[in-house]
Design a protein around this ligand. Structure first.
Ligand code: NAD
Length: 300
């Protein structure tokens, strides 16, 4: 796809807004739609052409990117706009949604004479703004090749993971593991506290020992050892508990749907689901504060 490519962009929220802005900066002609006026205003300021309906954005585009809250909204929107698209339009859904919904979206697009990829991201709002997201892509080789230049504008790493839905699979496998490792790390930290191990000494040992993890070395859930981690900023996200809760819910669905005996994955989903009821807006690493609170007064 060249810079003459017309890109429809649907969903201009925390992630979609800056992603669309990066496409404009790279010279793409972006037709943008979001029902929220503030998102429209920002997109206009960023140089996108804001249109009145999703169908309007789609009908004039060669490639359509969606960045939406959930699978139901993606499927409803596909049902609404597919008939407005030019034959062979490439639909690229970057939202995080259920693997089954991603496959259904690809089937709907194909049945309407179009092409589709799932291309969820990691890297958060900062990665979206900096154009350094990681894209995990599912779909056909030729469609991947056609989309790659755009994804490389918005991302620092793009991996073609497999066929339809396999990009979403990579995303939920990674985030399930992240949720599990953050809980495990936080339990170890609180146990260390009870046993008289300071956070600095914990970090000093574990960051280079067999318990090492990204959660510890890049995103330490207690203040001090990693100055950039949200723990140093009162757990302002970062990656909000609400989003981790959503992703673990998708992972738990996929465990069940595929007959995987994922006991720890399910437990992690349950733990974040409970934490989300009170602290949805806090960074997910604040789970350590919940574990600490629940462990008060237990020392024998
Ligand atoms: P958000 O709620 O900020 O943005 C979603 C946008 O979609 C909103 O502006 C909303 O108005 C718009 N929208 C809703 N229905 C629409 C429709 N029918 N047509 C057009 N626009 C519509 O959410 P976000 O944080 O930008 O996340 C978007 C997706 O990216 C989610 O699936 C999320 O799980 C995923 N994600 C988010 C992050 C993150 O850190 N925020 C990181 C990785 C992945």
């Amino acid at each position: 796809m060249s810079n003459n490519t017309k890109v429809g962009f649907l969903g201009l929220g925390h992630m979609g807004g800056p992603m669309a802005a990066n496409l404009v900066k790279a010279g793409y002609d972006v037709l943008a739609f979001d029902p929220v006026p503030a998102a429209q205003d920002q997109a206009r300021q960023d140089g996108a052409t804001v249109v009145a309906t999703a169908a309007e954005a789609v009908s004039a585009s060669d490639i359509v990117i969606t960045m939406l809250p959930n699978g139901r909204i993606v499927l409803d929107l596909y049902n609404e706009v597919l008939s407005a698209a030019k034959p062979g339009t490439l639909f690229v859904d970057c939202s995080t949604i259920d693997v089954a919904d991603a496959k259904q979206a690809a089937e709907l697009a194909a049945a309407a004479g179009h092409r589709a990829l799932d291309a969820p991201v990691s890297g958060g709002v900062a990665g979206a703004a900096a154009g350094t997201l990681t894209f995990m892509v599912g779909g056909a080789d030729a469609d991947f090749a056609d989309t790659l230049p755009l994804l490389e504008v918005m991302g620092g790493k793009v991996v073609h993971c497999g066929g339809a839905g396999v990009g979403q699979a990579a995303k939920i496998c990674n985030n399930m593991l992240l949720g599990i490792s953050m809980i495990g790390l936080s339990e170890a930290i609180v146990l260390g506290e009870k046993l008289g191990l300071t956070h600095d000494k914990f970090f000093d040992v574990v960051s280079t020992a067999s318990g090492q993890s990204w959660a510890l070395t890049s995103y330490c859930p207690v203040p001090g050892p990693v100055p950039t981690s949200p723990a140093n900023n009162d757990y302002k996200p970062g990656f909000a508990t609400a989003l981790m809760n959503k992703d673990l819910g998708l992972a738990a669905n996929a465990l069940r749907a595929n007959g995987v005996d994922g006991q720890i994955g399910q437990l992690a989903a349950d733990i974040y689901n409970r934490f989300n009821q009170d602290e949805a807006g806090k960074d997910f690493s604040a789970i350590v504060t919940d574990i600490r609170k629940r462990s008060e007064g237990e020392t024998k």
